[in-house]
Design a protein around this ligand. Sequence first.
Ligand code: FAD
Length: 524
Amino acid sequence: MWTTNWRDTVWSQLDREFDLIVIGGGITGAGILREAARAGLKAVLFEQGDFASGTSSRSSKLVHGGLRYLRNAKIKLTYESVHEREHLLREGRGLVIPLPFLMANFRGDKIPAWVFGFGLSLYDILALKWNHAHYQPDGLRGLCPQLTSPEMIAGYRYFDAQTDDARLVLRVIFEATQDGARALNYARVEGLLKTGGRVSGVAVRDLAPGSVKMAEVRARAVVNATGAWADGLREQVRGPKRMRILRGSHLFFPSAKLPLARAVTFLHPRDGRPVFVFPWEGVTLVGTTDVDHGAAPSTDLRIGAAEAAYLMDAVTHAFPGLGLSLADVQSSLAGVRAVVDTGKANPSKESREFVLWNEAGLLTVSGGKLTTFRLMAQTALRAVRAILPEHPRLRWHEHVLDPLPPETTVCDLPPELRLHLLGRYGNEACNLAEVAREGELEAIGASPSLWAELRWAARAEGVVHLDDLLARRLRLAINLPGGGLAQMERIRAIVQPELGWDDARWEEEEKRYRALWQEYYSPP
Ligand SMILES: Cc1cc2nc3c(=O)[nH]c(=O)nc-3n(C[C@H](O)[C@H](O)[C@H](O)COP(=O)(O)OP(=O)(O)OC[C@H]3O[C@@H](n4cnc5c(N)ncnc54)[C@H](O)[C@@H]3O)c2cc1C
């Protein structure tokens, strides 16, 4: 639990020397902080915006082996990913959940159907789980009646997993802080400090409203886990620009408009890229695009008109009978990823594997996937160990996330809510249920989130701005029509007193949220 004065407390502790500074509060930084805390290092993480406000709340929310990587013969990446998926499914119950997939093959597909059969066999062998099956069109329609296209010729059923990406980051950061690490959101690293030409700390500025705090923080190792922003800090150690910034966007439909019980994936009729459509937290997600961003990385991102048209083409190709149009879209979300720029004409051909560079003592870890965050963290910590040789040998724990108590032995949570709350809040789930007032264990509109989660997150989860709460602690910006603006009166009644905001601050925050939603989350 982040207590009321947690920010002041962390700021007051920044004058000590740390073993490790982690810059960036997405899944990469979170994973590194977690493993560092486990290894007994004194570690602190700085995130310039909210935790997970970068790519890690804007992913496609799949915890997956990455079937498409097999196409590029990336067997190692796929093997590692399916292995991590299995770990996360076991340990992240309620947060990482199995997702049945149908792969639909259409006449004219750029890759013949048997190739997928071969790929899925390999996929299952790597996971040591024989889990796929071949279907004729009628069989596929039996599993997904919305697949009405007469052009569908066959398909497969297989399994992957999905998550709430922002909640995964929060859970990992929270568990790291429980283990002694420190983490600050709205704390931007503005400069690298050097000793004898090597990076030995950072200058950090507090971006929370009304604060003018700045600090110079020293550590023996500094990791740049700023994802798509990585080149910005590398410039300060004369690292040449190496990253190519790609944008990927999603559309979300209300479930009633595009009702699916399982994920459907297929090749886009235009360019043969795999696209997917699946149910996620009360809405149906359609993703994704993969285009050069053509601008500096930012969280001020919006889906482009051409990307929206591309995704709509995919939807009408697979589900022609639903008569969907852009007017049916409820919300959208775009994110940027960094890949190492090798100049390939097609952005989708650039490798998705992560990189680790040591430049004048600045360790940069970038690229990779949400799914493989622990492997990236372990690789980063091996490099940290080379800088801290006297540090005791790092021991790799088998678990990614802290073990949860068995569902049946925890407090009196309503059985239908147990997994949802345990997965998101871990051992705090009971505390959350205890603070719920009457009627607050009910869902907020069509979202699966509860009113009690809103109260808990406002009270205990490091919220600085209203959008931290509505776009990331809960995902109302995506899974409620209009970003939940119609529910603002009740949201305010719960949240304002919990955050201790006066009316002026509330109005400012509500205005900020309305503008952000309109600009970056609204339908195209
Ligand atoms: C469209 C899209 C879909 C994807 N889908 C999937 C998927 O389904 N499954 C999967 O496994 N992977 C997926 N990925 C990949 C995955 O999302 C990313 O690999 C992962 O989220 C990157 O995490 P990160 O922590 O490296 O970067 P980020 O989450 O971007 O974190 C970096 C953070 O650094 C912060 N920062 C930058 N500069 C500073 C500074 N000076 N001081 C302090 N903080 C700073 C930023 O604010 C940011 O929050 C997807 C990626 C994209 C773009």
